[in-house]
Design a protein around this ligand. Structure first.
Ligand SMILES: Cc1cc2nc3c(=O)[nH]c(=O)nc-3n(C[C@H](O)[C@H](O)[C@H](O)COP(=O)(O)O)c2cc1C
Length: 160
């Protein structure tokens, strides 16, 4: 089974988690990168507004084809109780037909139900099968604990 771990990150947490998933599942890692900057307080505010209304954002071209993978781990931070615009765009541009998708969400707080159900809906609308999901709160974890959390969740999902 060929596995892809694809993610968006702004401050690096989702990337750390993606790297750990990649290591444990022998998946290939790919980062979703936006064209526009989200720096500064204005960038932060704008990001929250965009996320909550389900906005899209222009992405840098990516050097892979989903059709080469059987299983896709897709990761996003939670912004304003929503998935990120970059991940919305990735899903909008992708064909998930026949793909098994495992979603992973990273948030500063504890709530992930709304972004998770929005993501499931979007993936299913693009033909994918959401086979599992997990969410990790970044704020209270050391790097070591974060790795343990990833391992624990992958075991629960039957992925390792
Ligand atoms: C614009 C913005 C909005 C956010 N909104 C939420 C939120 O609604 N709930 C939450 O738990 N965390 C929220 N966070 C915190 C991030 O989800 C958290 O810091 C996450 O670890 C960031 O992932 P990253 O380091 O991969 O970018 C927000 C962060 C940003 C930048």
């Amino acid at each position: 089974m060929k596995t892809l771990v694809v993610y968006y990150t702004k401050s690096g947490w989702t990337e750390k988690i993606a790297q750990e998933i990649g290591k444990l599942t022998k998946g290939e890692l790919r980062k979703i990168v936006e064209i526009k900057s989200r720096n500064g307080i204005l960038g932060f505010i704008r990001s929250g507004f965009e996320a909550v209304r389900g906005a899209l954002s222009e992405l840098r071209p990516m050097d892979f084809n989903l059709s080469n993978y059987d299983q896709v781990f897709l990761g996003t931070p939670v912004w304003a109780g929503s998935p990120t615009p970059a991940v919305n765009s990735f899903i909008a541009e992708a064909d998930f037909k026949g793909k098994k998708v495992v979603l992973f969400l990273i948030m500063g707080g504890e709530r992930y139900e709304r972004p998770l159900s929005l993501l499931k809906e979007k993936i299913r609308a693009k033909g994918g099968k959401v086979a599992g999901s997990f969410a990790i709160s970044s704020s209270r974890l050391s790097e070591e604990q974060l790795k343990e959390e990833v391992k624990r969740n992958l075991k629960i999902e039957g992925e390792i």
